[in-house]
Ligand binder design. Structure first.
Ligand SMILES: CC(C)(COP(=O)(O)OP(=O)(O)OC[C@H]1O[C@@H](n2cnc3c(N)ncnc32)[C@H](O)[C@@H]1OP(=O)(O)O)[C@@H](O)C(=O)NCCC(=O)NCCS
Length: 249
């Protein structure tokens, strides 16, 4: 588990965001039950499949730690992270005002950002899975595939990167993939080391920053005019994605 704070610098003010990344299997996640709000515990107990129990816990535990970095001293069992009508997370607490979270989970990794409503952010993580190469590619436009070919010698890595960018944009918009995919199309893709930056054709107020570590790619979507040093976030991603879960099942 690793967490930290990001500074979101605008020309006239600076906002803060908390982040948290956790790698844990279902057995190991039981150590975090005390963080759950009673409503979350009831929902968890209603889940029949271990895979969903694990993903739910990964997301809620990461989100609680991210909120703790942003708002120190708030008891996390008093914070209820509900699901809105389009499944987006909604933070409910008498002790917090206007805090939002973005959640992603993949395998035994959970990742969350907590940020003020004034300053939207979103995050997505995906595994580079050759078995899904066609599915990823089929959702990209010809122009996106051309942008990928210009910077990324490994098409699968490029396709997964753009997929995570589009998922993260769909989270910022709170629609998820219940939106015409054309709205999410990227306009540019630049690569530097294992990281990528991109902008969007139809959502010009946002940009994306993505990084690969091992088998995983993670993208953050943030307002284009926000400057933010993401080094600590990428270091945490690298450290935690490379870890073993604390308990073997
Ligand atoms: C938002 C979305 C794109 C993320 O899906 P995903 O990559 O499968 O899952 P991630 O782990 O990255 O993210 C899941 C989290 O996103 C958040 N989320 C869900 N819907 C959201 C929305 N409309 N807006 C913002 N966040 C949302 C939730 O917190 C969710 O975690 P939780 O259910 O544990 O609370 C997904 O909800 C969606 O629309 N999926 C459709 C998938 C699909 O159509 N696949 C077809 C492939 S061709």
């Amino acid at each position: 588990m690793s967490d930290g704070l990001l500074l979101l610098n605008r020309t006239d003010r600076t906002f803060k965001a908390g982040f948290s990344i956790i790698k844990e299997n279902l057995t190991g996640l039981s150590q975090y039950f005390s963080l759950l709000h009673p409503n979350e515990r009831t929902y968890l107990d209603s889940l029949r499949f271990d895979r969903r129990r694990a993903s739910y816990l990964l997301g809620r535990v990461a989100a609680k730690h991210a909120i703790s970095r942003l708002e120190e001293g708030v008891g996390m069992d008093a914070v209820f992270i509900d699901s809105g009508i389009f499944q987006f997370p909604v933070v409910k607490s008498k002790l917090l005002s206007n805090v939002q979270v973005s959640i992603t989970h993949c395998d035994d990794l959970g990742l969350a950002l907590a940020f003020p409503e004034d300053h939207p952010l979103a995050v997505d993580i995906e595994k580079i899975d050759a078995a899904q190469a066609e599915a990823f590619e089929s959702q990209l436009t010809a122009e996106e595939l051309r942008l990928i070919a210009k910077v990324e010698p490994e098409p699968l890595i490029g396709c997964v990167t753009v997929w995570t960018i589009k998922e993260a944009l769909s989270k910022v918009l709170k629609t998820g993939f219940m939106i015409d995919f054309k709205v999410l199309e990227i306009q540019s893709l630049e690569k530097s080391g294992h990281c990528y930056t991109s902008e969007f054709i139809h959502c010009g107020q946002y940009r994306a920053v993505s990084c690969r570590h091992g088998d995983y790619i993670c993208s953050i979507v943030l307002p284009k005019q926000t400057s933010c040093d993401l080094n600590d976030f990428w270091l945490a991603f690298k450290e935690v994605a490379g870890m073993r879960s604390s308990t073997s099942e």
